[in-house]
Design a protein around this ligand. Structure first.
Ligand SMILES: [Zn+2]
Length: 545
C-alpha cells in the first residue's frame, strides 16, 4: 500500500482524505562506510526468547504443545500424526508418504519419533522409517509460534531403485476443510481464497496452501518443487474428498524415476490460529499519513477522534523502503509529539531496494530477487526520482534491515513498523544468495524463500517487542496469508488486490469481486490468529453509501 503525500484517516471502513502536504528537505543519504559495512553479519533480532503472547514450547517424545495447539509425532516418519487446534483435531489421520518403489507399496515401519532437544523457544525430534526398498529419516523442529519444519531424507536401501510413486497425503476432517487459500495469488482477483468445491481442487505447484474453516486451519508449505517428478500436465497439488475427509495430496513422484542418491525434501506445517486475536485492528485505531508537516493541533484532533496508531508511509525517508532517514530532527519531533499523546508511530519498511540507496551499486546484484521484479518508480517532487526493485530476504539484506531497525528503535521513540510486502516470500531464482535450484534439464527453478522471510519477520517482531513491549508489526500483505511469515504480524491489511476493479453498479455484484467464502477464508483473521483490516481506497470497488 503506497500513497502519495498526504494524511489519511482510516478507521475501520471509513476513509477520509485530510489534505495533501509536501515534504521538505531532500538530502544525501548516509554515507557508505569503507570495507565491510557495520550491518553485515548483524545478529539484531536473533533470539531464543519466547515473546508474548506466545508461551514456552512443552515437549515430550512424540508430543509438542505450543500456544493453542497440540502436535503429535507418534509414527516412524518425521511428519505430524495428529494436530489439534482450538480444541478440535484438524488431522483425520497421520500425514503420510504413500507410493511404490520397485513395484511394491511403501509400508513404513519403525519406532515413534524421539525428542532430541526441548527448549522454551523450540523442540526438535527425529524420526526414522523404513520400507522394503527405501529409508526415510529426518528431523522435526517446532518453534514457539507453532511452525513445524520437517527435513526429510529419502534414500534407497540397496542401490538404485525405481520409485513409481511418492505422494504426501494430509487427511483433514471435511468440516474443518471448508475453505482453502494459497500463495501466490493474483492482482485483480480473490481466486486464491474460496470454498473447496464439491469435486475437490487441482493446482500447479504453489509453495503455500491452507485449508480450514471460520475458526481454524492447517497449512502446508514447501519452498520449491525441487525433486517433484510428474508427467507434463499433471497438477502436483490435488485436493480430493474421501469418505468424510478432505485429503490434501502433494504429488512428488508419479513418473517412474530412478533414485540412485539420497533425495531431500523440506516441508512445513502450521496449524492456525497462531495466537490470540486480541488486541484487534479496532483496538489499534490506525491512521495512515505521508508527511512530516503535521502540527500539534492536528495531532490533538486525531487524539480526540480516537486515533491510537499512525502509520507513516515511505515519505519518512527520501529513499524508497530505506530504514534510515536524513529527516532525523523532524522524525524525532513527530515521534515525541505522538508518544506524548499515546499515539503509536509506525514507520514504513518495505520489500525493495532503491536505485538511489548508497548500497545499490555494491549489493543489488546479490540481494534483489531474480529475475528482477518490482520496478516501482517514485517521483514525489521535491524528493529525488528513483526506481525500487524487490529484494530477497535470503540475502544479506535481511541483516541490513534488522540492524537498521534496531538503530531506529534505539534512536527514536517509535512504536514499531508498518511493513509493506515484507511478509511476502517473493519468488526468486537468484543463485548468488542461494535461491533457485537446478532442474534436470539444466534450467533454474523458482524458490519461494519462506524460511528466510520468516526469519526476517521474526527478527522484526523480536526487535520491536524488545524495545517496545506493546509495539506493533503492522503488515500490508494483500493476497498473501503465508502464516509462517505472517504469524509475527500484530495485524494485517488485505484487499489492495481488488482496488483496481471497477465499482459495480449493483451492490450485489460486490459478491462477485469478493465472495463471502473468500472473505471467510482470507479476510477475517480469526481463523489465522492475526487481526485483519480490510484495505480499500476511495476509488476502489467497495463503497459505503
Ligand atoms: Zn532469493
Amino acid at each position: 500500500m503506497r500513497r502519495p503525500l498526504g494524511v489519511w484517516l482510516v478507521l475501520g471502513s471509513m476513509s477520509l482524505w485530510a489534505g495533501g502536504m509536501g515534504m521538505d528537505g531532500v538530502g544525501a543519504a548516509e554515507g557508505q562506510p569503507a570495507g565491510k559495512p557495520w550491518w553485515e553479519g548483524s545478529q539484531a533480532g536473533i533470539s531464543d526468547q519466547v515473546l508474548p503472547p506466545w508461551t514456552p514450547v512443552e515437549a515430550a517424545d512424540g508430543l509438542v504443545q505450543v500456544w493453542g495447539r497440540e502436535y503429535r509425532f507418534e509414527g516412524p516418519l518425521p511428519l505430524p500424526t495428529a494436530v489439534q487446534t482450538r480444541q478440535k483435531p484438524v488431522l483425520a489421520g497421520p500425514i503420510g508418504l504413500r507410493g511404490k518403489a520397485a513395484d511394491q507399496e511403501l509400508r513404513w515401519t519403525g519406532g515413534p519419533c524421539r525428542l532430541v532437544e526441548a527448549r522454551p523457544s523450540a523442540a526438535q525430534l527425529t524420526g526414522q522409517a523404513e520400507s522394503a526398498h527405501l529409508e526415510c529419516q529426518g528431523t522435526i523442529r517446532v518453534e514457539y509460534d507453532g511452525m513445524i519444519r520437517c527435513d526429510l531424507e529419502l534414500r534407497p536401501k540397496q542401490g538404485p531403485v525405481v520409485v513409481q510413486e511418492l505422494v504426501l497425503e494430509m487427511p483433514i476432517p471435511a468440516e474443518h476443510a471448508k475453505y482453502f487459500h494459497f500463495y501466490p495469488g493474483r492482482w485483480g482477483s480473490s481466486y486464491n481464497s474460496r470454498a473447496l468445491p464439491a469435486e475437490g481442487y487441482k493446482s500447479e505447484f504453489k509453495p503455500f496452501f491452507w485449508l480450514g474453516d471460520e475458526w481454524r486451519g492447517l497449512s502446508w508449505f514447501s519452498e520449491s518443487d525441487e525433486h517433484f517428478y510428474n508427467p507434463k500436465g499433471v497438477p502436483p497439488i490435488q485436493i480430493v474428498r474421501r469418505s468424510g475427509q478432505v485429503v490434501f495430496r502433494v504429488l512428488l513422484i508419479t513418473e517412474a524415476w530412478k533414485m540412485a542418491e539420497p533425495v531431500r525434501y523440506t516441508f512445513g506445517f502450521q496449524a492456525t490460529p497462531v495466537k490470540p486475536d486480541r488486541p484487534d485492528a479496532w483496538d489499534f485505531r490506525t491512521v495512515h499519513m505521508g508527511s512530516y508537516q503535521v502540527d500539534e493541533a492536528f495531532l490533538d484532533r486525531l487524539v480526540q477522534a480516537g486515533v491510537r496508531t499512525m502509520c507513516f508511509h515511505e515519505h519518512w525517508t527520501d529513499i524508497q523502503a530505506y530504514p534510515a532517514t536524513t529527516h532525523g530532527a523532524e522524525l524525532r519531533r513527530l515521534a515525541e509529539a505522538c508518544k506524548k499523546r499515546n499515539i503509536q508511530l509506525l514507520l514504513y519498511l518495505g520489500y525493495e531496494m532503491s536505485t538511489i540507496a548508497p548500497e545499490w551499486e555494491a549489493y543489488h546484484e546479490e540481494c534483489l530477487v531474480a529475475p528482477r521484479a518490482g520496478g516501482y518508480k517514485r517521483t514525489y517532487q521535491p524528493q529525488p526520482d528513483q526506481t525500487a526493485y524487490i529484494v530477497c530476504y535470503r540475502s544479506k539484506w535481511q541483516d541490513f534491515l534488522a540492524a537498521h531497525l534496531e538503530k531506529l528503535l534505539k534512536e527514536y521513540p517509535i512504536s514499531g513498523v508498518y511493513l509493506d510486502g515484507t511478509a511476502n516470500p517473493w519468488g526468486c531464482r537468484n543463485t548468488k544468495h542461494g535461491c533457485g535450484y537446478k532442474r534436470p534439464d539444466g534450467s533454474v527453478g523458482t524458490t519461494y524463500p519462506i524460511f528466510s522471510t520468516r526469519s526476517m519477520m521474526k527478527r522484526i517482531y523480536t526487535l520491536v517487542r524488545q524495545y517496545v513491549p506493546d509495539g506493533q508489526v503492522n503488515v500490508h500483505q494483500s493476497t498473501c496469508m503465508t502464516i509462517p511469515t505472517l504469524a509475527f504480524a500484530t495485524s494485517y491489511w488485505d484487499g489492495e488486490q481488488l482496488q483496481s476493479l471497477k465499482r459495480p453498479e449493483k451492490f450485489e455484484q460486490i459478491m462477485e469481486i469478493l465472495p463471502l467464502d473468500a472473505f471467510r477464508a482470507e479476510f477475517m483473521g480469526k481463523n489465522w490468529g492475526v487481526p485483519a483490516e480490510l484495505l480499500h481506497y476511495a476509488s476502489g470497488p467497495f463503497h459505503r453509501s
